[in-house]
Design a binder for this molecule. Sequence first.
Ligand SMILES: Nc1nc2c(ncn2[C@@H]2O[C@H](COP(=O)(O)OP(=O)(O)OP(=O)(O)O)[C@@H](O)[C@H]2O)c(=O)[nH]1
Ligand SMILES: [Zn+2]
Length: 302
Amino acid sequence: MSRFDHLDIGLVVRGHGRHYIVESQDGLRRVCHPRGKKSDCVVGDLVRWAPSGSDEGVVEAVEPRRNLLFRQDEWKTKSFAANVDQLLILVGVEPVFSETQLCRALIAAEAADISTTIALNKIDLPGTPSARERLAPYRAMELPMMELALTADREGSAALLTPWLAGKKTFVMGPSGTGKSTLINLLIPDAKAQVGEISVALNSGRHTTTTTQWYWVDAERQTALIDSPGFQEFGVKQVEPMQLPLLMPDLRKHAGNCRFYNCTHQHEPGCGVRDAVEAGLISASRYRIYGEILAELTSKRW
Ligand SMILES: Nc1nc2c(ncn2[C@@H]2O[C@H](COP(=O)(O)OP(=O)(O)OP(=O)(O)O)[C@@H](O)[C@H]2O)c(=O)[nH]1
Ligand SMILES: [Zn+2]
């Protein structure tokens, strides 16, 4: 029980600097301001809010979160969203995706206990076989995968996505130019209107992709897509170094065979992970990325 339990619950559908757009249960959206540091919230948060003035509100408290997806570098933590059911990582045949970013996103999702599906888009393009090849280690890890052609085969893509999304809150992540906007517009014909409504409330005029945005797919407000801006760096400093291999399913599978319980899988003799790399059971690129992230996590702050 908290002293704010009598207040209405709202959903944070967009953050905008120090204020938020909160959707109340009747579907109305209004600008809300945080009362203090305690009411720092992110998209997907459920908040207790009170009216303030004629059409604004104050966030008094944030309800406990089911999960929080975020990235963390040396200096700051950047939240993506809270209370999501699943993550969709959209990569494209073009532009060629960065495997290190993909690994980092998967590690952050695993650390937050959020299940992930990788979707390869633009399979109408000739680079498709090599993109599939690059994803082979992830398929071998039994990560769910989907193949899409969001512009070339709209119906086929929608038919794959729609049942998978139904009733869930899905966070969509992916590098710039892979088709995130195409996906949102395919599934949410009134996406522009949903954003426009908010821009009017904020007086911001037009949509910027610099902020995370919650979209309802259906009129019943059961299915949601959460679209996020791109990013350059994806820090996973929230992870303890010893925990890192446990968040990478292919490494985790072989770490039990190491001679030392605290093996870092770098130089130790009798390392099950390095044996598996040599045997081709763990991809060389995944192992290299593991080493790079481990070095980052163990580097001393100055
Ligand atoms: N050939 C092909 N092109 C596609 C497909 N899906 C999207 N595209 C094109 O890829 C380009 C980028 O798509 P967007 O939806 O704008 O990508 P985005 O991920 O939103 O990119 P940002 O806005 O930069 O974050 C556009 O020119 C799309 O038409 C596809 O299935 N096949
Ligand atoms: Zn080892």
